[in-house]
Design a protein around this ligand. Structure first.
Ligand code: FAD
Length: 472
């Protein structure tokens, strides 16, 4: 048994920062990781997907070259080249992570860890053999993985998840995407732009069910305009064949059944936590009904001296949230009083153009019965959009009827994430919307569009009337 001060299981976004900070503070720190140093984000999720999506954007722009007054020769796609660019980024990032371990002195142990006692973790080392560690303070950053629901034949079809899809060195002839959430939309659009036929299956009546309906409608229009075959209200019933070769998906869209033939199938149907087979029960760590670690707003689990961080404690699933979890836990250990309660959760879906959101949505406002003022306008209010020929989209802000504070902001359009960050900053500073309206922003930037948006006469929305209208 080896004793240490700090034991980190899972070197994802939160775990790595915790290990580095603890080691820098002079604590004897052991960090255990089974495969991906740095976790999902830099290896198989955020960064690789945005990298590949950007290749698809470049391909799309090259095909639009004439519109920009540029003549090209024959344009063709090299998926192996797309993959190599992504792999190169990952390699650089991996070297950075290893360097950080060397420099901080946190010991990185590569292997699969599991509890064998309340505060004892045994590691099956990747290189063979085992090591056993104990510590008074243990941090679980176990992450999540793509859910594979029990659709008959799906497992046997060896479907792609985001991991395999981002490693393809070939172009699927016809990609069937299960799921109309972020991952399905981002990757579905990218593969369509590369040239695959793409059929996207969504069980619900609209894409991105957690967003306001106007966002869902615009995304649907975008995807259909780009040639994706999007099926709403459609259930995947059965799969036959093998992804990468030939697959047949039986769907039901009441009352009709249909057989869709494709070359590959990608599952993007949500996440499940990596909390099984880790022996959490031996450490007295309680899980919720979906298998996520139960943690309070200081991220303390049911076991004293053990914390849960990132995806393994449940929604929202974002890298910036996993990072903030680290700040919360580490801050409290240093004597601060941090909580995850009430923090801003901004996010962006990297479709092209992207969708970005912070604060309250219209649906959220209507659920709480709040009356609000709404300003909404086309993304072309930012003149930047016409200079770059990216004129699709809209933006809207919800403003508190009494205090003039911005309650929420959504943009679907060019550089929506950057635009949203400007509004978020004003919200964090508790500024009235007039501070942005009357600001002098550089011309022609996307931020300048906020002046035009917020100068519009707002419509006053009564949640009660709006709810009645919807149910009618
Ligand atoms: C395709 C895709 C795109 C995404 N894009 C974005 C985006 O643009 N922006 C954004 O904010 N979020 C995005 N996300 C979400 C984001 O990737 C996750 O929220 C984030 O990576 C979670 O980080 P984490 O630290 O909680 O877990 P992870 O990064 O998954 O880290 C957990 C680590 O624990 C290790 N581990 C687990 N069990 C054990 C064990 N028993 N022993 C040893 N090691 C173990 C795993 O190998 C892993 O490395 C995306 C997700 C996907 C799937």
């Amino acid at each position: 048994m080896e004793n240490c001060d700090i034991l980190v299981l899972g070197v994802g976004e939160s775990g790595k920062h915790l290990a580095w900070s603890a080691a820098r503070a002079g604590k004897k720190t052991i960090a255990i990781e089974r495969s991906m140093v740095g976790g999902s984000c830099p290896n198989v999720a955020c960064l690789p997907s945005k990298n590949v999506i950007y290749s698809a954007k470049v391909y799309d722009l090259v095909k639009r070259a004439k519109e920009f007054g540029i003549t090209t020769g024959t344009v063709s796609l090299d998926m192996a080249g797309v993959r190599e660019r992504k792999r190169k980024m990952i390699r650089v990032d991996a070297e950075f992570h290893l360097k950080m371990f060397r420099e901080t002195g946190a010991e990185l142990v590569m292997g699969e860890g599991r509890f064998v006692g309340p505060k004892v973790i045994e590691v099956r080392l990747n290189g063979g053999g085992t090591r056993k560690f104990s510590a008074e303070q243990i941090f679980l950053n176990l992450g999540s993985r793509a859910a594979l629901p029990g659709i008959p034949g799906l497992t046997e079809a060896q479907p792609l998840t985001h991991v395999g899809a981002l490693e393809l060195g070939r172009l699927p002839e016809h990609l069937i995407v299960l799921g109309g959430g972020y991952v399905g939309i981002e990757l579905g659009q990218a593969f369509r732009r590369f040239g695959s036929r793409v059929t996207l299956i969504e069980r619900g009546p609209r894409l991105l069910s957690q967003e306001d309906p106007d966002v869902s409608e615009e995304i649907l229009r975008l995807l259909r305009d780009e040639g994706l075959d999007v099926r709403l209200n459609t259930e995947a019933v059965r799969v036959e064949g093998r992804s990468g070769n030939e697959v047949q998906l039986e769907t039901r869209s009441d009352p009709e059944k249909e057989l869709i033939k494709g070359s590959d199938i990608l599952v993007a149907l949500g996440r499940v936590p990596n909390t099984h087979e880790v022996g959490l029960v031996l450490a007295n760590i309680a899980l919720d009904s979906q298998g996520y670690i139960r943690a309070n707003d200081r991220l303390e689990t049911s076991a004293p001296g053990i914390w849960g961080l990132g995806d393994c404690v449940g929604r929202p699933f974002f890298t910036h949230i996993a990072y903030d979890d680290f700040r919360t836990v580490w801050g409290n250990l240093k004597g601060e009083n941090r909580s995850t309660k009430g923090r801003f959760v901004p996010y962006c879906m990297f479709s092209d153009p992207p969708v970005a959101h912070v604060g309250m949505s219209e649906l959220g406002a209507q659920k709480t019965g709040l009356d609000y003022r709404l300003v909404k306008g086309p993304i072309t209010l930012a003149l930047r959009t016409s200079t770059v020929s990216e004129t699709r989209g809209f933006m809207k802000a919800l403003i508190d009827a009494k205090s003039d504070r911005i309650l929420g902001f959504t943009a679907f359009g060019h550089e929506a994430g950057e635009l949203m960050a400007v509004v978020q900053t004003a919200m964090m500073g508790d500024l009235p919307y007039t501070a942005l309206r009357d600001a002098v922003f550089t011309h022609p930037t996307m931020a300048e569009g906020l002046v035009a948006l917020l100068s519009q006469k707002p419509a006053v929305i009564s949640s009660e009337i709006e709810n009645q209208r919807r149910s009618a």
